[in-house]
Structure formats: structure tokens, C-alpha cells
Design a protein around this ligand. Structure first.
Ligand SMILES: NC(=O)c1ccc[n+]([C@@H]2O[C@H](COP(=O)([O-])OP(=O)(O)OC[C@H]3O[C@@H](n4cnc5c(N)ncnc54)[C@H](OP(=O)(O)O)[C@@H]3O)[C@@H](O)[C@H]2O)c1
Length: 245
């Protein structure tokens, strides 16, 4: 069923640390939220309240690395929605490992979720964003600027995601569509807890970027007047975590 009146926000990675914060922030605005994740249960467990009551929540179970799921998702969204105001690509995966010990399959997996899925979804949904002069957000990482040892696979996918954002921006600005890349340093989410464990570091989330702050910053940028465009934003933690293993 089409929902013509409210602002429509479509987001991947809605069950993750940053995605959940974004979903909560947008749910305060009376929008129609379309949230994508692999596990419908964990999406529903977000506990995102329809607040104010005019907000609505829709859940889509989809493994974005699988073509069957991706195509079904694209078709469902195109059937259900007559426009999209905001498309946020937040789903992502990070697998650490030095090249010598790495699995090429892990690179394929990260490529599919971090690069191919946002590319395919943007391509499929662009026609729904033209009439609404929509906005696309790519949640990226600061890692591509200086890839340290053990992170070549993930860093290369985020470099590719930057290229996609920059190129598509150049293509769609003429239609009034804005494209924002958000380059994050270490942010306090389940992904970062795993990274700390793998690196043998003790996890101090209070020293990291807070997902709620990311959500506030992204929301504020998206609501800026349409006379200008914020293309890239870099966010890093303010404090230095104590070094401890
Ligand atoms: N945390 C950081 O320090 C940090 C820093 C820089 C950039 N980022 C980026 O920020 C984004 C969000 O990360 P996060 O920290 O919030 O991580 P997170 O808590 O681990 O969340 C990852 C999200 O991606 C989804 N996802 C993963 N694989 C998927 C797949 N195959 N199909 C569909 N959804 C899938 C997960 O959904 P499921 O519920 O289905 O698992 C989850 O919602 C990512 O793009 C990440 O690269 C994070």
C-alpha cells in the first residue's frame, strides 16, 4: 500500500548500533520509517516507539549479500513506496586479518555488503528519489584515509564506497538530490566491541564516538536549507582511550 503523505526514510543496518540511533532520531519526527536487517525479530526488538503517533515503522528482512533477497527487497520497496525522501546506507561488516592469513572469501563478503549492496539499492531506488529531491547518506569510515595493518579488506571497501558516493553525487545533483558521506572514527557499537577484542584492547565505549551523536549530526545536516549541500563529514572521538590490554 502506498504512503503518499509523510516523509519516507529507508535505512539499512537499522538493527546495528548506529542504525538504531538513527532510527530512534527519525522516529521522533513523524516520518514513515522503512528499516532493513537480516533478522526481522531483532529489528522489531529495536523498541523504536512510533512517537509521535504519526510515525510509522515498517520492517524488511533481507540479507543484502544475497541477490535473491536484494532483488525482492527492491521490488517490495518499489511496490510499497511512491517516493523516498531519505535513503541511509548503514549496514556494514568488518573482518580483520593480515593479508597473509586472510580469506579471500571474507573480502567478497565485505564487498557485497559494504559496496555492492549500497550501489545496487541506490541504483534501484533513484527513480523514487527524483520527484522528492531526496537525500542519500552513506555511512562510511575514516579508515580509508590511512589503512593500518590488518584492515586492508574493510578499508578497500570503504574507499570504494567513497568513490560511489562522489560519483553518484555528480550525477544526481542536477535532479536536486543531495549525497552525504559520513566518515566515522571508532564509534561505540557492537562492531567496535568485536574490533577491540580482536585487537586485544580493553573496550571503553565512553571514549568513543556515541551513536546518538552521529544520529543528531546526520539529522541536522539533512534538515539544512536546500540552498547548499554538505558532501562529506568527518567525525572522530574527542578523548584518547587509555592504552590497556
Ligand atoms: N562502529 C564503528 O566504529 C564504525 C566506524 C566507522 C564506520 N562504521 C560503519 O557504520 C555502519 C554501522 O556499523 P555499526 O557500528 O552500527 O555496526 P553493527 O552494530 O555491527 O551493525 C551492523 C549493521 O549492519 C547490518 N548487516 C550486516 N551484514 C548484513 C547483511 N549481510 N545484510 C543486511 N544487513 C547486514 C546488521 O544487521 P543484522 O541485524 O542483520 O546483523 C547491523 O544492522 C557500518 O557501515 C560500519 O562500517 C562503524
Amino acid at each position: 500500500m502506498k504512503e503518499p503523505s509523510r516523509k519516507i526514510v529507508v535505512m539499512t543496518g537499522a538493527s546495528g548500533g548506529i542504525g538504531k540511533a538513527l532510527a530512534l532520531r527519525f522516529s521522533e519526527e513523524g516520518v514513515s520509517l522503512h528499516l532493513i536487517g537480516r533478522n526481522r525479530g531483532s529489528l522489531e526488538l529495536l523498541g523504536v516507539p512510533p512517537s509521535p503517533p504519526s510515525s510509522s515503522m515498517h520492517y524488511y528482512q533481507s540479507d543484502l549479500t544475497k541477490d535473491k533477497d536484494l532483488i525482492a527487497l527492491e521490488e517490495t520497496l518499489k511496490t510499497n513506496l511512491d517516493h523516498i525522501d531519505v535513503l541511509i546506507h548503514c549496514a556494514g561488516a568488518l573482518i580483520l586479518g593480515r593479508m597473509e592469513n586472510s580469506l579471500v572469501n571474507d573480502l567478497d563478503e565485505q564487498y557485497r555488503i559494504n559496496v555492492r549492496a549500497p550501489y545496487a539499492l541506490t541504483k534501484a531506488l533513484l527513480p523514487l528519489m527524483k520527484s522528492s529531491k531526496g537525500q542519500i547518506v552513506f555511512i562510511n569510515s575514516s579508515i580509508w584515509q590511512q589503512a593500518r595493518a590488518g584492515i586492508s579488506q574493510y578499508a578497500s571497501t570503504k574507499y570504494a564506497l567513497k568513490a560511489i558516493a562522489d560519483s553518484v553525487r555528480d550525477e544526481v545533483n542536477a535532479d536536486g538530490i543531495r549525497v552525504l558521506s559520513v566518515y566515522l572514527g571508532r564509534t561505540a557499537t557492537p562492531m567496535q566491541e568485536v574490533v577491540h577484542n580482536k585487537e586485544g584492547l580493553s573496550y571503553h565505549p565512553e571514549y568513543l564516538i556515541q551513536p546518538d551523536d552521529v544520529a543528531t549530526i546526520v539529522f541536522n545536516i539533512l534538515t539544512l536549507p536546500r540552498t547548499s549541500e554538505v558532501t562529506d563529514i568527518h567525525i572522530r572521538p574527542m578523548k584518547k582511550a587509555p592504552v590497556g590490554r
